[in-house]
Structure formats: C-alpha cells, structure tokens
Design a protein around this ligand. Structure first.
Ligand code: MSP
Length: 521
C-alpha cells in the first residue's frame, strides 16, 4: 500500500488576552472543515491551533485584571480549548507559546538568524499599536495618531531594537509569489501582497527592551531583550512540526533537514487582516534561517456589520454563535461555511440564518426522515438489494463538484453541491411516488427506489460530514453503517441488507420566536 498523503494545516494562534469570538470561530471552523475533508479523502492530517500568549497586549490585560500574565493565559487557553470542543473542532495539537519547548525553538531560531548575520542592532523610532501588536510610521497614522487598522490610539516609542534584514529578501519573495501563483489564495490577496511589495521593504524589528516589556522570550544573544511577539508567534508553526530540535548541538541544529518532521506546513489558514505577517514576515524569516517556506496561505474575509469587522465590541449585534443553543452546533457551522464564499466578506442576518437552516431541515433532514420511514414501513426496516433507479449520475457529479471545489477551498460551493444532491433526491421521491409503487404487484420498482435512496444517503453522509460531524455520525448510525464512510468508500460501501432506524428529525423545524428555547447538542 502506498503511504497515506500527509497534510499539515494551521489556524492562527489566538491572543490569550480575550474571550473567543465569532471571528476566531470562523477561522477555526473553516480549518476544521478542510481538515475533516482531507481525512475523509484519505489523508493523514496534522491540524494545529493554539494561543498566542506573549507581548504587550497580554501583559497590559493581565495588569488591568490584577493577575499574572500566565494566569490570564492559563484561563484563556482553557476558554479557547473549551470553545473548540463545543464547536466540534477536531484539532490534533493545541500549542501555547508559553510552552518551554516552544520558547526553546524560538531561541534556537533567533540564534540561527544571528549566526547567519541576519540581525543587527539599531534605534527604532516610530508609533506602536498594542492592540494590533505592530509598528506604524507617522504617515500611516489616522487623525489623533490612530492606528490605521483598528482606529485605537498608538503611542510613540524610541528605543534600541534588533532588526532582521527583511529588505534583503524582497526580490526573492516577489519571485516566489510570481513563480507560484497558488501560493497565496484567493488571487485578490496575492495581488494585495504583490502591491505591497512594490514599495521598498523595510527591515523588521524583532525585539523589545525588557525595560518596556518583560512578558516574552528572552533573546539568546541579549538577555535584556525579548522577542517581538509576532516573531515568537509565527515560529509556533515550526515548533509543532517537530522540525527544530533545540537539544541538538549548535552545529547540527537540523535546520537544513526537515525530513521526519511535518514541515513545511501545507496550508496556513488566516484572516485577511494578518496577511502581511504570514505572507511577508514569515517567509522572509524562513529564508533568513534557510528553511523551506510554507506551501500555501489561504486568507479568508470577515464577518462584517456594515464596513466594520464584527466582534464582541459591537454591542448590539446578535452573535451567531449564540444560535448554537437553539439550533445546534452543526447548524451554525453549516451557516458560517455555506453563507460566506471563502475569501469574501459576509454579514450575518437572522433571515439568512433561518433560510440556511431551512435547507438543512427541509431538504437534507426531510430526505433522511422520509427515506428511512419508507424503508421501515415498506421493507421492515431493511434496505432492499436493487439496481440504481436513476440517481447515479447526480451522485457522481456531486462528488466530483465537491472534490473539485474543496481542492480550491471553495467550501461554500462544495456544500452547495451536496445540498443540490439532496434536493435532487427529494425530486426523485416525488417522481417515483414510492407510496403508489407500494401498491404494485411487482416489488422491483419500489425496491429500486428505496435502494437508491439508501445509497444517496450514504453519499450525503460522507459529503456533509466535514461541516456537520455530529449530525452525520447520527445519520450513519441510523443507516446501520459502522461510521461515516470516506469519500472513496461512499460509493462502494454495501447498503443493501442494512437495518435502518427511525428517529427524531435530524434538524427539527425552526419554531417561531417565542416558542424557542430547547437546547440540543
Ligand atoms: N495572535 C494573532 C495571530 C498570530 S498567528 C501566528 C492574532 N490573533 S487574533 O486573536 O486577533 O485572531 C485573529 C484571527 O481571527 C484572524 O484569522 C482573523 O481574521 C480572525 N477574525 C477576527 N475577527 C474576524 C471577523 N469579524 N470575521 C472573520 N474573522 C476575523 O491575530
């Protein structure tokens, strides 16, 4: 047997300064759907997420709460892990940048940069936004010295910093992006980075003096400075890959040999707001130490209210995550994935949420209920053995479209194709009228109808599994399967002869407001 295809996927690591919110959840659910799809498609997946725990933002928030930074990080790391459990996130590794193992990798990485002459000392003078954890030049700032990204006031700093010779890699980076058109997707984000790289690239400040910031990884070549939090954070992707082993002696760091590790990452999944750090800082740092670059970056859009990024700070906004209590986690995952074209922006409205939920209930849920009920009623609950009644072409085409769309990360299209198949199967029921076929003397036509419905449900189970893992596990069980099949097996897994089981609707019909309130998983 050939070895299984390996895929290493990452989310950003989230700031441990605040609670998880919709923005974090969207990035993470998107990554989870991609990871689950890859596993369904036979790959061996390493899916990484975690928390970003150093820097001024965390230090200041801890001080505001009157706790030690590590206490705040412990609390928030648990909150994120808990949120991901509730949202059915199947991560393989949750990394925290305060793990000693990670801190050692950061120091090894920086030492390597230093040894290769990639770092020099200089005075930095400019403006800093703590919320975004980044420097700005005076001409970037808005009125009142506001941060151009988040609008919060920035502060002026002048201090000794260590700088990475990022500018030296500008040409190499532009060439890499031009030679690899799929390296940054979607294309609009690739063009944005190429546009940014038309201006001369500056060098990157990679340290902060301890006199200003204590909460960070001490530089290996200067005890009085800590690493800039973004550098520390980006290196998490390497730490989790196992490529760098700090315990090795300095002359055999294993930097040039990543075999046996998961590096390079196949895909960094990020929001468009953190594109520069991932598509400029990170690859040039990797060039600086002589490591291969990540294979691909997928930058998604934002959930917005008007023009603004939707977040907890916008008080009067309904948080779609709260709908989980009423409609279940899988329905929220479905809405977020189906409604936002990967890469674009979208805004939440209750009407759109209900319209999308109705598809689950009235198309997929209804198909499952009526098919299982008819197999129960007409064939004593056992799927008959019969030829295809005419849905095979629709099944093949849905599988093909979904695979092709997922290969281009068009999750909304893949899910659309899956829902179209369910719709076609409902049409098939109307056309075949199994309730009339049941009165025929010849059992064959009805056998064919029911066998076809059994087969289409197995395929739908596989296609919907990445977005609705709990509900599809339930459906697989009702269909008498041992589990949700892989995409390859979905067509060949024997369905005939299985005993199906009736149950409560997979997606209960949405009740009018006022009659709501029942919780479900
Ligand atoms: N700590 C850094 C990332 C370091 S990665 C080496 C960070 N953390 S964050 O907590 O701010 O989370 C950023 C992620 O949340 C991004 O992927 C961002 O796009 C996402 N979102 C935050 N608000 C969002 C929306 N309203 N909509 C969609 N995603 C947005 O940045």
């Amino acid at each position: 047997m050939s070895p299984r295809r390996r895929r290493y996927l990452t989310t950003p690591i989230y700031y441990a300064s605040g609670e998880p919110h919709l923005g974090h959840a969207y990035t993470t659910i998107l990554a989870d759907v991609l990871a689950r799809f890859d596993r369904q498609d036979g790959a061996e997946v390493l899916f990484l997420t975690g928390t970003d725990e150093h820097g001024q933002k965390i230090q200041e928030e801890a001080a505001r709460r009157g706790v030690e930074p590590i206490e705040l990080c412990d609390l928030m790391a648990e909150r994120f892990a808990e949120a991901w459990r509730t949202l059915h996130i199947s991560y393989d590794r949750f990394i925290r940048t305060t793990e000693p193992g990670h801190e050692a990798v950061v120091r090894t990485f920086l030492q390597r940069l230093w040894d290769r002459g990639q770092v020099y000392e200089d005075t930095y003078s400019g403006w800093y936004c703590v919320h975004e954890e980044r420097y700005w030049t005076e001409k970037d700032l808005g009125p009142g010295n506001a941060c151009p990204d988040c609008g919060r006031p920035t502060s002026h700093v002048e201090e000794k910093n260590y700088f990475f010779r990022m500018s030296a890699y500008q040409e190499a980076l532009v060439r890499h992006i031009e030679d690899n058109p799929e390296w940054i997707v979607p294309e609009i984000r690739r063009n944005e980075v190429l546009g940014f790289l038309q201006k001369p690239l500056t060098d990157l400040s990679i340290s902060r003096p301890k006199s200003r910031l204590r909460w960070g990884v001490t530089l290996p070549f200067d005890e009085e400075h800590v690493a800039y939090v973004w550098v520390d954070a980006l290196i998490n992707y390497l730490t989790a890959s196992g490529a760098i082993r700090p315990e090795r002696s300095a002359d055999e760091q294993g930097f040039d040999d990543v075999s046996g590790s998961s590096w390079p990452a196949d895909l960094h999944i990020i929001g468009k707001d953190i594109l520069t750090t991932h598509a400029v800082y990170w690859p040039t740092l990797l060039m600086g130490v002589g490591l291969p670059l990540q294979r691909q970056i997928l930058a998604h859009g934002w959930w917005v209210v008007g023009e603004a990024k939707m977040s907890k700070s916008l008080g009067n906004v309904v948080d779609p995550l709260a709908l989980r209590e009423e409609f279940g986690t899988d329905a929220v995952r479905w809405y977020l994935m189906r409604e936002m074209p990967t890469g674009g922006d979208a805004s939440y409205t209750p009407e759109r949420f209900l319209a999308r939920y109705d598809e689950l209930a009235n198309v997929l849920g209804n198909l499952a209920s009526r098919s299982i009920a008819m197999i129960d009623k007409y064939r004593a609950g056992v799927v008959p053995d019969a030829a295809d009644g005419g849905l095979d072409p629709a099944i093949a085409s849905a599988l093909g479209t979904a695979r092709e769309a997922m290969a281009r990360y068009r999750v909304h299209d893949a899910l659309g194709a899956a829902m179209d198949l369910a719709r076609a199967a409902n049409g098939f029921v109307e056309e075949r009228q199994p309730w009339s076929q049941a009165r025929d003397a010849d059992p064959e036509p009805l056998d064919e109808t029911l066998a076809t419905l059994g087969r289409v449900l197995v395929v739908l189970c596989a296609l919907f599994q990445p977005v609705a893992p709990a509900k599809m596990a339930d459906l697989a069980e009702r269909l008498g399967l041992e589990g949700v099949p892989t995409l390859d097996d979905a067509l060949s897994v024997p369905v005939a002869g299985r005993s199906v089981r009736k149950g409560a609707p997979l997606f209960p019909k949405a009740r009018p407001a006022g009659a709501r309130g029942t919780k479900e998983a």
